[in-house]
Ligand binder design. Structure first.
Ligand code: HEC
Ligand code: HEC
Length: 203
């Protein structure tokens, strides 16, 4: 006796659902493996890198992470280190890696020098009306969490923030010349140092 049409349909639906779930699981496992075996070498197992040469990815806005990975892949943001890391990854892999790291917790670092942190807080919240530096908070938000394409700065390594500010100034960070170049090029050395220091301690 053959199966009724309804029974056949039920088996077909079940098989399709199980197959799709299996594929999704395999891909999630693959993404975790890439994150742990590859990205973690520099960015740490959860994206909370301990070496300030490498930016923290944990807690960073997913849309921003995706945008930057596509920028590295296309060469729009030049990095001889990052480009080969992404060469064999698909657009879908990138989206999933971004969501993986974005969901992890980012821990700030203690900032014992209160005077330096306070000077940095003023730059962040007020800018410098004398030299025309706008308040960073206008774009990066009052608590420096950014949003969508705007990076979170709270809790990031001070050394990395300083490096990127210098790169916006000398155009070696090749994306977004208009906004961040015009902001960063008005900052003094003291302001670069204090605002980066303040941000690295912000939860
Ligand atoms: C060999 C070290 C190394 C490995 C491995 C590595 N990265 Fe990076 N990553 C860097 C460096 C260095 C930078 C900073 C690039 C620059 O601005 O010059 C960076 C920057 C980034 C940024 C930009 C962050 C920001 O705040 O703008 C993202 C996103 C990123 N990496 C994701 C990844 C992912 C995902 C992987 C794994 C597939 C990975 N990286 C593997 C070294 C590495
Ligand atoms: C007019 C809006 C605007 C203002 C004001 C602004 N930023 Fe930005 N900032 C941006 C945008 C947009 C990006 C992303 C650039 C890109 O896509 O490469 C960015 C990126 C950055 C980055 C790179 C972060 C990373 O993870 O690589 C740093 C550091 C930064 N801003 C610091 C500052 C500081 C410090 C101030 C205040 C002195 C400031 N910004 C003011 C818009 C702004």
């Amino acid at each position: 006796m053959g199966l009724e049409f309804g029974q056949k349909l039920a088996i077909l639906v079940l098989a399709t659902v199980c197959g799709a779930a299996g594929a999704a699981n395999t891909n999630a496992t693959r993404i975790r493996a890439i994150a742990v075996e590859r990205c973690s070498t520099c960015h740490g197992p959860t994206g909370q890198s301990s070496n300030s040469l490498f930016p923290k990815l944990s807690g960073q806005n997913a849309a921003y992470l995706i945008q930057q990975m596509f920028n590295f892949k296309s060469g729009a943001r030049r990095s001889t280190v990052m480009e080969p890391q992404l060469a064999d990854l698909s657009g879908d892999d990138i989206v999933q890696l971004a969501s993986h790291f974005s969901g992890e917790r980012l821990n700030p670092r203690p900032v014992p020098d209160k005077a330096l942190a306070e000077a940095g807080r003023n730059v962040y919240l007020l800018g410098n009306p004398n030299s025309g530096v706008p308040a960073c908070a206008v774009c990066h938000g009052p608590t420096a969490k950014g949003g969508q394409m705007l990076p979170r700065l709270a809790g990031q390594h001070a050394e990395y923030l300083e490096l990127q500010l210098r790169r916006f100034i000398d155009h070696s960070r090749t994306t977004d010349q208009t906004l961040m170049h015009s902001v960063a090029s008005k900052l003094t050395e003291d302001e670069i140092r204090s605002v980066s220091y303040f941000l690295s301690g912000l939860d």
